[in-house]
Design a protein around this ligand. Structure first.
Ligand code: ADP
Length: 489
C-alpha cells in the first residue's frame, strides 16, 4: 500500500502538517502559560502594593493603634475573593494572616481555592528580603496538581518592617491551560485525520490520469502502435507527459513503419534477381541438349544477377550498419582530387562500353581526412548513375576543387534528367524513377534498371558521415548535376 505515490504523498504531507501543528501548538501553549503566570504575578504584586498603600493611609488616619495588633487587624480586614495575605516579621514568624477565601466559601466547595495555612518556605521570605521581591509556586495542600503562586516583598507598616506574602490559587490558570491542552489534543489529531483523508483524496484525483495512462500504455504493442494515451489536460505536467509519450509513440510507429517498408522493399528487390536465376537455370536445364553458346548465355545472366544480388546485399548491410550507428569509419589522410581521378579512371571501361565520355577536371591537391573507401564508394555511385542514365554519345564531367572553406565535387551528365516530381525522393531508400525510357531518351534499360534504388541514399549517408552534404543542383532534359560538399581541413 505504501508503495503507491498517493500513499507516500499523503504520508509526507500529513507528517509535515503534524510537525507544523505540534510545533505551533507547543509554542502557543508555552506562550499562553507564560503569559498567564506573568498576569498572575503582576496581579499578586499589585495586591501587595494596594495592601501597603491602604494599610499605610489607614494607620496614619487612626494614629492610635500601635504595634502588631493594628497590623493584624489590617491584614484580617483586607479581603480578596481569590487571594490571601500573610504577614511575617523580620524573624520570619507569622504575624497575621487574612481569612482564607476558600475557607469562607467552603460550602461552594470551590476546588483548589484553599490557601495553605502552614508556613511558607523560608527561601521565599529570604529571597524577598534579599532581592526586594520574590515569587514562588507552592504545591497544594491536598497534593492535587493545582498549586499556588506566592508573591512576597518587604513592607513597612507603622514604622516596623514586615514581609508580606500574597498567595493565589493556580486553579483557574491550570484549568484554562488544561482546557487548551485538551482542545489541542483533540483538534490536532482530528485536523490531521481530515487533512490526511483530504490529501489522499486529492492525490488520488490528481494521479488518476497516470493510472489511466499506464493502463492504456500497457495495452499498446507492435500491433496497435497507432493508438495513443489519453491526454486529460494538455496544460498540466501529466498532460505534457502524455503528450511526450504520444510523440514518442508516433516516432516509434514511424520508424516501425519505415523498418517494415525497408524489409518489404528489400525482400522485393532480392526476389527479382533470385527469380531470374531460378527461371534461367530452369529453362537451361529443361532440355538435355544445349549448345555451349546457350549455356554461356545463361551463365552470363546468372552471373550478372549474382553480382546484382551481391551489390544489393552489400548495400543493405552498409545501410543497416549505418542505421545502427555501427559502421566503423576508418579515417586516413588522402588526396580528395586523386580519389575522384581514380574513380573516373575506374569507370572508363563501363563508360566506353556505353559510349559515354567521362572526364575529370582536376584543380590540384586537396588533402582530406576521412574514410577513403567510403568517399570512393560515393563518387563511384554518382559516376555509375551518371553513366547509366546518359545515352550513348553523351558526356559525364567530374570536377573537384576548393571553394572557400569547402571541397566541392561536381558530377554533371548530359543524360535523361530526373523528373520534377521524383527529385525530392531520389535520396530515399529503394526509390527509383519508374520508367527511364519514358523520358524520351534511348537508354539501355537492362543496365539502367540494375540498381535497387539504394545507391543515392548510401552516397547521401557517406556525405553526412563526413559532415558534408550531397545535393542535386540541376536536372533537366539536358542532364543532371550532383554536387557533394565537404568541409575543407
Ligand atoms: P539506382 O541504384 O536505381 O540507380 P539510386 O539511388 O542510385 O538507385 O538512384 C535513384 C534514382 O534516381 C534512379 O532510379 C534514377 O532514376 C535516378 N537517378 C539517379 N542519378 C541519376 C542521373 N544522373 N540521371 C538521371 N537519373 C538519375
Amino acid at each position: 500500500m505504501f508503495e503507491s505515490v498517493r500513499a507516500r504523498l499523503t504520508i509526507w504531507y500529513t507528517g509535515v502538517l503534524a510537525l507544523v501543528l505540534v510545533v505551533f501548538a507547543i509554542t502557543v501553549y508555552l506562550l499562553l502559560a507564560q503569559l498567564a503566570t506573568q498576569r498572575t504575578d503582576s496581579s499578586l504584586a499589585e495586591s501587595a502594593d494596594s495592601f501597603a498603600a491602604i494599610s499605610t493611609s489607614e494607620q496614619s488616619d487612626e494614629r492610635a493603634g500601635t504595634g502588631d495588633n493594628t497590623v493584624v487587624d489590617a491584614v484580617r480586614e483586607f479581603r480578596f475573593v481569590d487571594r490571601s495575605f500573610k504577614l511575617y516579621d523580620k524573624a520570619h514568624r507569622i504575624v497575621a494572616a487574612s481569612d482564607s477565601p476558600g475557607n469562607e466559601r467552603s460550602n461552594r466547595s470551590r476546588k483548589g481555592a484553599q490557601i495553605p495555612t502552614g508556613p511558607v518556605p523560608a527561601s521565599l521570605l529570604g529571597d524577598a528580603e534579599r532581592l526586594g521581591k520574590a515569587y514562588a509556586t507552592l504545591p497544594e495542600v491536598g497534593g492535587d496538581s493545582d498549586g499556588f503562586r506566592a508573591f512576597s516583598r518587604p513592607i513597612k507598616l507603622n514604622g516596623r518592617e514586615y514581609i508580606i506574602v500574597v498567595m493565589r490559587s493556580l486553579h483557574d490558570q491550570d484549568e484554562m491551560l488544561g482546557q487548551l491542552r485538551l482542545t489541542l489534543f483533540v483538534s490536532i489529531p482530528l485536523a490531521l485525520l481530515v487533512a490526511g483523508l483530504g490529501g489522499y483524496f486529492l492525490a488520488r484525483r490528481s494521479l488518476a490520469p497516470v493510472t489511466r495512462m499506464s493502463d492504456k500504455a500497457a495495452r499498446i504493442g507492435a500491433a496497435n502502435l497507432h493508438e495513443r494515451l489519453p491526454v486529460s489536460n494538455e496544460g498540466d505536467e501529466l498532460g505534457r507527459l502524455a503528450q511526450v509519450f504520444n510523440d514518442l509513440l508516433a516516432r516509434l510507429s514511424e520508424s516501425f513503419e519505415q523498418q517494415r517498408r525497408f524489409m518489404a522493399d528489400a525482400s522485393h528487390e532480392l526476389r527479382t534477381p533470385v527469380a531470374v536465376v531460378r527461371g534461367e537455370s530452369e529453362v537451361i536445364l529443361s532440355r538435355a541438349e544445349r549448345t555451349p553458346e546457350d549455356y554461356r548465355e545463361s551463365l552470363e545472366i546468372v552471373h550478372d544477377e549474382g553480382r546484382r544480388l551481391t551489390r544489393i546485399v552489400e548495400d543493405l548491410f552498409t545501410l543497416a550498419r549505418a542505421d545502427a550507428g555501427q559502421y566503423q569509419i576508418h579515417e586516413s589522410e588522402f588526396d580528395f582530387d586523386e580519389v575522384v581521378g581514380d574513380s573516373v579512371r575506374a569507370m572508363r571501361t563501363l563508360a566506353a562500353k556505353r559510349k559515354v565520355e567521362v572526364r575529370h577536371e582536376s584543380s590540384g591537391e586537396l588533402p582530406f581526412t576521412g574514410d577513403e573507401l567510403l568517399i570512393r564508394h560515393m563518387i563511384i555511385n554518382l559516376l555509375d548513375n551518371a553513366i547509366k542514365y546518359t545515352q550513348p554519345g553523351g558526356r559525364v564531367n567530374a570536377t573537384s576543387m576548393r571553394h572557400e572553406a569547402e571541397y566541392v565535387v561536381t558530377i554533371a551528365d548530359t543524360g535523361t534528367g530526373i523528373p520534377l516530381a521524383a527529385r525530392p525522393h531520389i535520396f530515399e531508400r529503394f526509390y527509383r524513377v519508374d520508367s527511364v525510357r519514358g523520358r524520351g531518351k534511348d537508354i539501355d534499360l537492362d543496365h539502367a534498371g540494375s540498381g535497387a534504388g539504394l545507391g543515392l541514399s548510401i552516397a547521401h549517408w557517406i556525405a553526412e558521415a563526413h559532415h558534408g552534404r550531397l545535393e542535386l543542383t540541376r536536372s533537366s532534359d539536358a542532364g543532371s548535376t550532383f554536387v557533394a560538399t565537404f568541409p575543407a581541413p
